[in-house]
Design a protein around this ligand. Sequence first.
Ligand code: SF4
Length: 380
Amino acid sequence: MACSVYIHIPFCLKKCVYCDFVSVPFDGVLSDRYLAALGRELSLSLSLSARGKSKMRLKTLFVGGGTPTALSAWQLKGLFDSIGRGFDFYPDAEVTVEANPATLDEEKLGVLLQGGVNRISIGAQSFDAEELKLLGRAHRPGEISDAVELCRAAGLENIGLDLIYGIPGQKMQTWLQTLKSALELGPRHISAYELTVEEKTGLWDLVRGGALEMPSEDDVLSMSGAAQEALEAAGFVRYEVSNYAIAGFECRHNLNYWRRGEYLGLGVAAHSFSDGRRWSNTCSVLEYIAAIEAGELPVAGAETLTKDEQRREVFLLGLRTGEGVPLAADGAGGAALERAAAELIAEGLLEVRRGRLSATRRGFHLLDSVIFRLLAGLSL
Ligand code: SF4
């Protein structure tokens, strides 16, 4: 039975230009209906599980989105009351909420702490006003430090900041300045994501229409390298391709995904994994609410992984992490896989440490092609 739960809150102040997550602008009436549906999905899932009426005991809970803190303090209280009715927590459980800097206030933080939240992940993205504007973010640079101060004043120390690089027009200088500003705020965790152009986003239209130009691959690689250098110099460890933490502050919830641990996802578009089966909820907020109001689970798709798919996943997910994968992860690697791994090791892209295969610093920069080549070996 899963000990990790993800809850998706699909509301945001406004849609960012690059965003392809399931999120809609905040609406009071719709969000009330959604939260009522979420409470019912939680009870429905638990009543259908082997646990019957007993509570699930969690090691990690992650409330993400969207922007959970776009909800009012009152709505957040209702959400955490439902969570408390459905779940118990291990004493050292990690309870994370994602937040947008412009949506935090003392009252909401009080409710979150009361609900057991002990980790906050703030979507800072950039400390450059022009870049934030281009990304369509709903906050200004000064609001990031205000949000961090508010969290600290409320007693929340486990603070993470999300940053984005590879923004059209971004100069190395502004990226270095963003990293510096982020470090000055003393977070325990920093995620540095490369901006990607996803279909059906405003950014896709702007880039295809020629109004914006994405930075070159070389520039993006340099920015990724600069992040690693600056963050490691500040004592952070790159424990996943896009994630850095002070030792002991790695996101345990996400590590569980990469280690292929089980989890239950609740809410629109949420994914779950248990007993080798993956399933996902509908991506439509209205369909989600309608299914729950009709007393049905809003599942849109499910698959049971074959042995071969499971082996691929071990590499696909495990090689994203600094710890890598055990050498015998697939039970029978086979000569072709060993050959592919040996080539990548010889090229300095993979290495073997304490019986585990993991990406080198250079391998992390070229991770997609490293994994592609390794998986090609797996299927030979
Ligand atoms: S805040 Fe996050 S989820 Fe919301 S629109 Fe922006 S990128 Fe998407």
